[in-house]
Design a protein. Structure first.
Length: 153
């Protein structure tokens, strides 16, 4: 955990001292490139992105990084610079092909359509699965996380 993220968390707690369960938090960034991390965090800051998805198998392999319902996260850029604090409000696990248009829209990416969501996420998840030595299919389980922005930088 970066010192900058810890300082940002302390600022957040100072402004919101009554946050229940706010002693623990995760630190992470969206995507896997500097541009993606900034672009997706920017969508959160603008209010357009209130959801994100990950491969459930990744959360099984790295349980410390799995989202926690009602948990808090300091979202950073790829270099650890804090961007915002979010709170996870819902987690659902379902096959990729069953992700619906509402969730796709709430991810806030591209034109907001389910078709766009499936195209970009299929490509991303296929690459991620290949790095793990597994196959990604339309039946692969996806962790669908909804969140709310609590504290922008």
């Amino acid at each position: 955990m970066s010192e900058k993220a810890a300082e940002f968390w302390t600022r957040f707690r100072g402004e919101f001292p009554g946050v229940e369960g706010g002693e623990r938090y995760q630190v992470w960034y969206f995507g896997n490139t500097p541009e993606m991390a900034l672009d997706l965090a920017g969508l959160v800051l603008s209010g357009n992105k209130t959801a994100t998805a990950s491969l459930a198998i990744v959360n099984e392999i790295k349980p410390d990084e799995a989202p926690i319902e009602n948990g808090y996260s300091v979202v950073t850029d790829l270099h650890g610079e804090p961007i915002c604090v979010i709170q996870t409000t819902e987690i659902r696990h379902l096959p990729f092909i069953e992700v619906d248009a509402t969730f796709a829209f709430d991810e806030g990416e591209g034109d907001g359509s389910l078709e766009y969501w499936r195209n970009v996420h299929r490509t991303y998840f296929e690459r991620e699965a290949a790095e793990l030595g597994i196959e990604f299919t339309d039946r692969s389980v996806v962790c669908c996380e909804r969140f709310r922005l609590l504290f922008p930088r």
